[in-house]
Design a protein around this ligand. Sequence first.
Ligand SMILES: [Ca+2]
Ligand SMILES: [Ca+2]
Length: 668
Amino acid sequence: MLAGNGPGASPRAPDAPPALPAGRHSLKTLPLAQPLQRRKPAGEHIQGKDGHSSVGRPHPQARDHWKKPRRQSMQKNPHPKRSAISIALLALGALAFNPAQATVTDADILNDAATKGDVVSFGLGTQGQRFSPMNQINTKTVKNLVPAWSMSFGGEKQRGQESQPVIHNGKMFVTASYSRLFAVDAKTGKKLWKYEHRLPDGIMPCCDVINRGAALHGDLVIFATLDAQLVALNQNTGKVVWKEKLGDYAAGYSATAAPIVAKGKLITGVSGGEFGVVGRIDARDPQTGKLLWTRPTVEGHMGYKYDADGKQIENGISGTTNATWEGDLWKTGGAATWNGATYDPETNLIFAGTGNPAPWNSHLRPGDNLFSSSTVAIDADTGKIAWHYQNTPHDGWDFDGVNEFISFDFKDPKTGKVIKAGAKADRNGFFFVNDRTNGKLLGAYPFVKKITWATGYNLETGRPNYIEEGRPGDPTAGADGKKGKVVFSAPSFLGGKNQQQMGYSPQTGLFYVPANEWSMDIWNEPVAYKKGAAYLGAGFTIKAIHDDHIGVLRAMDPATGKIVWENKNYAPLWGGVLSTGGGLVFYGTPEGLLKALDAKTGKELWSFQTGTGIVAPPVTWEQDGEQMVAVVTGWGGAVPLWGGDVAKRVNFLEQGGSVWVFKLHKGS
Ligand SMILES: [Ca+2]
Ligand SMILES: [Ca+2]
């Protein structure tokens, strides 16, 4: 049974996926199991500068090839004859190059955090800190911040816009809902070209038709699509250069994360943990799309690497088959890598967060169920797991561990020693600090006020101290065997934090965490795996805890776990943050405000109403000597679809789809 989002809900757009019932429901009644469909899949086309559109042909090589790669061509190097001198100049910055000819190099990507003139990676640097040293816009001048331009994604297609723009060579590349990609003049906002991916009927994205951004490499812009493909386009023309398939959308695979480039390798994950897919991280040649290695994130599956001819070579099983999974359950074990990965050049490790083990009903799968709900560190060269840390062993709450693991260094307050660390604010409500060289747990601090499933973590074993009655009950223990004991749980499965990226400021030493205080009633039901059907065995209702707020931006000290300041928000926060050398933290709210707070105190210094909810992270760069701030706007994502009572509470929020760019008012 399908229903709107309660009384007063706006009529849905003709091509919108079905809205979910906002009240109490079990997964059986959720249209999750029903494919999100577009009535008329738009033709895939590229619109040129002159507005001319031409229908593109599907790439002939876009077939089922991730398991059996084709013969691999020689790896293209965008700068095959680059001299040692030019490499040295490159390291000094882009000044030595004619910007009109510059393509995005591996060095550009590795230096992204320090270079002001571009944003060439998701996270403003592969470590994912989301910090810019720029300070033209600062605590004193931010009051003069005004819009420079805005561009609409247009069309009837709106829904959630979770994308982070990337900017290079005066062009912005920004993805939008329904697997669209726009190239825009970064100075004026003039649209240069757009690409609309042809989506088949029957795609099954769990949590709205969103996308989180594109990667840049050479003269390519590369993004993942809702039908689980990767598409690489020429940055100047918008023409498709290569396409590769990530998985079978009919089995529940999709892709929404922004790819990253780690030391010349294109790194991607997959979505679909609610359908019993098998999570994995792939490394490809960004110029050709050919696989270099693939690493499954469910214990028992074989990893592979590929030689220069594309021949598949066994590269070791992930973990030990049946060590933490019984029987054949690992074959549909979930652990989707749906939020992508970060990369730390100092340790040469790729850090991937992994989603829930499948199904949600934990009584069906005894054991820790590695490597679900974990941080998995993968050696970028070998494609082997260097270490893992499981945030929620034997997860029974859909506490996906996909949230970004951000590398940073800090001084141990006890010893004074500098520690190479990484931090993750997990869905399960704890803020984790691990030694990023070996995964050792250094701290696990609550970053939300109410946690019902564990009292804390044992730093010796790295394991949670469970509250046993906090686990949803076994349905087979009930009278009719159809529904287990209902448990009140906080956080809700939408998480103390979800996909909205936190940030770290080396200037303040603080992490800025877009957190949410909410809870759920959750229960288990029997379920069996069926290809392409929801594989949960659970029902739930999401509930608010407080009348005045759900969202709360919190500044966390990673050395002590203390919450230094907080700033509450009525609606749940669903967009990421940006901190700057100007002493500011930027973030957006579902109510439509882009805000700038004082990074030290949390005091609000500036805000602007964009007209629709913000569920995406802001970025900043320098354009012709001026510091610009950009954010994508457009309410949507998982909350309106899965949010239960909370979805009802915020059903006044309007959809949209735009990029907004701001700069300081001249003469002020
Ligand atoms: Ca940069
Ligand atoms: Ca999940």
